[in-house]
Design a protein around this ligand. Structure first.
Ligand code: ADP
Length: 429
């Protein structure tokens, strides 16, 4: 470590001060002490600037850009920050220093099967690379780079790279302990900024959810109140035929509210990991026929015909209530988003798997939305056109996966959608 302090300390020209022509060892010691003091002051000033920047910056991009600007020329000629992206690759997200020199350094650090930056991230080691290629920039072009990993809570976030004209330990060379300190502070600040962003997004999603859930509750309650009022009037005027129709409406609205509260309870169960299955052998084809029958009126109201293509029994082991819920959700979506077109449900055995397909000819789903609609609260339609909580497919996917099955969708906007569920035919553990 002493060598690195030395490396930072004697900036060219610094430490060579000699007083009144004396050459006794005490003068050299004094000069060295002064140089160390100057280096310590520079380090403190840099860390002060960094602390102030981190304290006032919650947003990751501004945090990274600000650090890069602080680092050049204080720490070296070129400074780059690499972060692990969503695909697991490393991306240069901020840099400062000569762009051309930086590009040459960056290309060199990335080159090779086990590139320096990746190796540093994997092992958590500091790497010194001193065979940098000649880069535009003449005599002051960087010749040496130091790569320091950015790790926090046992995870690698990426790495810092600093390039300059000297090696660690040489006059004007990089202060590696300081860089390690900077990397720790940055990793911590980035982690904090990401946690804050995630917490803010979660709070926003919860607010949105409460808003949509109360809206969804209001609609059946309003219908309930109105229908009760009409029922009361019909009962008083003695029109039993009208009463029967009103009671049917009440029944459907109550069922809608029960389904809504079940959905909310399922979200809590799934989030808390309390989803339990009671699998038992059964005929999946019969279950699908039964569910489809329940949707016949709803489909007819939308002008849709509902057909079940299940020519033979499909023996399978599953939790009947939960798979009923899966099929109900898919069929109700097919009717809801089906624009009055035909809805076809097919059930087949395919080797050791059972396959259910729910197909509609409705609005369809754009390619870009097809993965995210299985996420919590995710919707690909405007709320003003279609009511819904954006929870149905999220729950369906969890239920299917709890059965060790899979769910997928094939769709194109305007051409309809086909949701396919595959379940193993053996009992899940
Ligand atoms: P909700 O229907 O309450 O919005 P879901 O989780 O069931 O929630 O569906 C999520 C989103 O997926 C819907 O908002 C809609 O954009 C899309 N979606 C689901 N099923 C279909 C379908 N059959 N056709 C077109 N879009 C669909």
């Amino acid at each position: 470590m002493a060598a690195y302090v030395e490396g930072l300390a004697p900036q060219p020209g610094e430490g060579a001060v000699r007083e009144s022509g004396s050459s006794v060892p005490a003068d050299a010691e004094l000069a060295a002490t002064r140089a160390e003091l100057a280096a310590a002051r520079r380090r403190l000033a840099f860390l002060d600037g960094l602390a102030a920047h981190v304290a006032e910056c919650d947003e990751p991009t501004a945090l990274l850009d600000g650090l890069a600007r602080l680092a050049v020329p204080a720490l070296g000629a070129w400074f780059g920050i690499y972060l692990v992206n969503e695909k697991g690759g490393l991306e240069l997200v901020a840099e400062a220093g000569g762009a051309a020199a930086g590009a040459a350094v960056e290309a060199h650090l990335r080159r090779g099967a086990r590139a320096r930056i990746e190796r540093s991230c994997e092992c958590g080691d500091v790497a010194v690379v001193d065979e940098l290629p000649a880069a535009p920039g003449g005599a002051r072009a960087p010749t040496c780079a130091v790569v320091v990993p950015l790790g926090v809570r046992g995870r690698s976030l990426g790495a810092l790279a600093l390039a300059g004209a000297a090696r660690p330990g040489e006059p004007g060379g990089p202060d590696v302990p300081l860089l390690v300190d900077v990397a720790h502070r940055l990793a911590f600040a980035l982690d904090r900024a990401r946690l804050l962003a995630a917490a803010t997004a979660a709070a926003h999603a919860r607010e949105e959810f409460i808003h949509v859930a109360s809206h969804e509750l209001r609609a059946p309650i309003a219908t309930l109140r109105l229908t009760l009022h009409l029922l009361h009037r019909d009962a008083e005027s003695g029109t039993p035929g009208a009463c029967a129709a009103r009671i049917k409406v009440l029944d459907r609205q109550v069922a809608r509210m029960v389904a809504l509260s079940e959905t909310l309870l399922d979200v809590t169960r799934i989030t808390a990991g309390r989803l339990e299955l009671s699998p038992q052998p059964g005929d999946l084809a019969a279950l699908v026929r039964e569910v489809a029958e329940r949707f016949r009126d709803d489909a007819a109201e939308q002008g849709s015909t509902l057909t079940v293509d299940a020519p033979s029994p499909v023996p399978c082991a599953y939790d009947p209530l939960r798979i009923e819920q899966v099929v109900s959700n898919l069929v109700s979506n097919a009717v809801k988003y089906g624009r009055g077109g035909p809805v076809r449900i097919a059930v087949r055995a395919a080797g050791d798997r059972a396959r259910i397909e729910v197909q509609d000819r409705g609005i369809g789903i754009a390619q870009a939305d097809q993965a995210r609609i299985f996420g919590r609260f995710e919707r690909a339609v405007p709320s003003r056109n279609y009511g819904g909580l954006g929870l149905g497919l999220w729950i369906v996917k969890r239920l299917v996966e709890a059965h060790r099955g899979t769910i997928g969708v094939q769709s194109a906007p305007g051409a309809g959608s086909t949701f396919t569920v595959e379940l193993p035919r053996v009992t899940p553990p």
